[in-house]
Design a protein around this ligand. Structure first.
Ligand SMILES: NC(=O)c1ccc[n+]([C@@H]2O[C@H](COP(=O)([O-])OP(=O)(O)OC[C@H]3O[C@@H](n4cnc5c(N)ncnc54)[C@H](OP(=O)(O)O)[C@@H]3O)[C@@H](O)[C@H]2O)c1
Length: 215
């Protein structure tokens, strides 16, 4: 099975579609359901108790875990001078706590099944941006956790991939009430293809980090 967080929309939904078409059992974890998923675990992954519940439900599924793909993410365009504590909590709990705690709760199963973990970060995890400091901070933190998981699994067959795309044409910005013009952004179905191709490489090839800049 392929477990995807945030498969109800955007990139995650396109990734779920590709795996469904490839005949895989797809498990979605997000608040809304995904039409391509065989199993929908509809929870908000912002709270530790819900992350624990999601992990428990995944562990109850007997099929081997092939990959955990974290597409979950939220955006913020709050800038210095207007940063609110609740917004920091929202960004850090969704973008950092959820994928990190989920991987921690599933670590024995990941090792046992030699599962791969791919965390969708962002090019924002590689630079500083005055236009979105909280988003950048959360993605740097998530990248730190991802590279640490890579080290944890260095001697195992599991691969850990830090996947950093640039702007994609999804509802991501609108959902956050931001005004970003996405007309020239990448098509999420094409980014999903790149993501799956990265995981489809032979098991002894780990693309440890991939940065996909938008042209
Ligand atoms: N769009 C871009 O330009 C862009 C660029 C670089 C990187 N990224 C990253 O790519 C990933 C996918 O983004 P996207 O553009 O596809 O955004 P999207 O269309 O807004 O999808 C985000 C997904 O995250 C899920 N999610 C959000 N909060 C959640 C919560 N509390 N609990 C569980 N699931 C939650 C949403 O599901 P529910 O609402 O159903 O819970 C949704 O399925 C994110 O990690 C984002 O940071 C995006």
């Amino acid at each position: 099975m392929i477990v995807i967080t945030g498969a109800s929309d955007g990139l995650g939904k396109e990734v779920a579609k590709l795996y469904k078409e490839a005949g895989k059992k797809v498990v979605n974890i997000s608040r809304r359901a995904c039409e391509h998923a065989d199993v929908n675990i509809c929870l908000s992954l912002r709270e530790g108790a819900e992350i624990e519940s999601a992990a428990k439900q995944v562990l109850e599924i007997e099929e081997p875990l092939e990959a955990l793909i974290n597409c979950i993410g939220v955006y913020s365009d709050q800038k210095f001078g207007a940063i609110e504590e609740d917004e920091i909590k929202r960004l850090m709990s969704t973008n950092v706590k959820a994928p990190t705690m989920l991987a921690s709760l599933l670590i024995d199963r990941i090792k046992q099944d030699e599962a791969d973990v791919l965390n969708v970060l962002s090019t924002a995890a590689t630079k500083g941006k005055a236009s979105e400091p909280l988003y950048v901070a959360s993605k740097w933190a998530a990248r730190g956790a991802t590279l640490s998981l890579q080290d944890e699994l260095r001697k195992k067959k599991s691969r850990v991939i830090s996947f950093c795309p640039g702007g994609m044409r999804t509802n991501f910005f609108e959902t956050a009430g931001a005004q970003n013009d996405t007309t020239s952004f990448m098509d999420p179905s094409e980014v999903a293809l790149a993501l799956k191709q990265t995981l489809d490489l032979p098991k002894n090839m780990e693309v440890s980090e991939i940065i996909i800049n938008r042209k």
